[in-house]
Design a protein. Structure first.
Lengths: 113, 113
């Protein structure tokens, strides 16, 4: 079974731009979570989606948003990029009923110049 | 104060040594405890999963949870160079439904041949 896939793997943007990252979960997984990983803060939870609805949200500004499609694929968007948004963005998916067991994708490395 | 504290290391030990990795937490609602391993340029992968207090063994790996002390540990026996990675502890208050895993900072481990 294919794992979680994320595209693109690497991205370079400039301040003020916006970016959209994509995540395809493992087949049959309906919950998708997004995390930001930085050397200083570690892995921080952004939001979680299930059946196209955001079920949980972390403490990030409104510039960070996401959505989930009917096929469970998910996208996250960051508007008005700041230098501090440079990070590895990780997507994770899980099976219904055992949402705490999450399978991570390889991440998208975003660099903001 | 962070909900989950983990010594970021780095930790360097010779091949064959026993490695001890630890996390402390402050939220008494956490019931489910996980250890993830993250190799460079990869997403985290689930290594061990433990519910409530107690020990769990899987090959060379042993996870311990002491809820009374709010302390969890991961032991690696007969460490191998292939164990060199960043180890992240993660915790959750619920197993099913809306999820927000809380991660430790991660400990970078190097096993020297």
């Amino acid at each position: 079974k294919a794992g979680v896939t994320q595209t693109p793997r690497y991205l370079i943007k400039t301040r003020g731009q916006q970016v959209t990252l994509s995540c395809s979960p493992i087949s049959g997984h309906r919950s998708v979570s997004w995390y930001q990983q930085t050397p200083g803060q570690g892995l921080q939870f952004l939001f979680e989606y299930f059946s196209e609805t955001q079920r949980n949200k972390g403490n990030f500004p409104g510039r960070f948003s996401g959505r989930q499609f009917s096929n469970s694929r998910s996208e996250m968007n960051v508007s008005t990029l700041e230098l501090g948004d440079s990070a590895l963005y990780l997507c994770a998916s899980s099976l219904p009923g055992i949402e705490d067991t999450q399978y991570f994708g390889p991440g998208t490395r975003l660099t903001v110049l | 104060q962070k909900e989950v504290e983990q010594d970021p290391g780095p930790l360097s030990v010779p091949e064959g040594a026993i490695v001890s990795l630890n996390c402390t937490y402050s939220n008494s609602a956490f019931q489910y405890f996980m250890w993830y391993r993250q190799y460079s340029r990869k997403g985290p992968e689930l290594l061990m999963y433990t519910y409530s207090s107690g020990n769990k063994e899987d090959g060379r790996f042993t996870a311990q949870v002491d809820k009374s002390s709010k302390y969890i540990s991961l032991f690696i026996r007969d460490s191998q160079p292939s164990d060199s990675a960043t180890y992240l502890c993660a915790m959750s208050a619920v197993r099913r439904g809306a999820q927000k895993l809380v991660f430790g900072q991660g400990t970078r481990l190097t096993i020297n041949p």
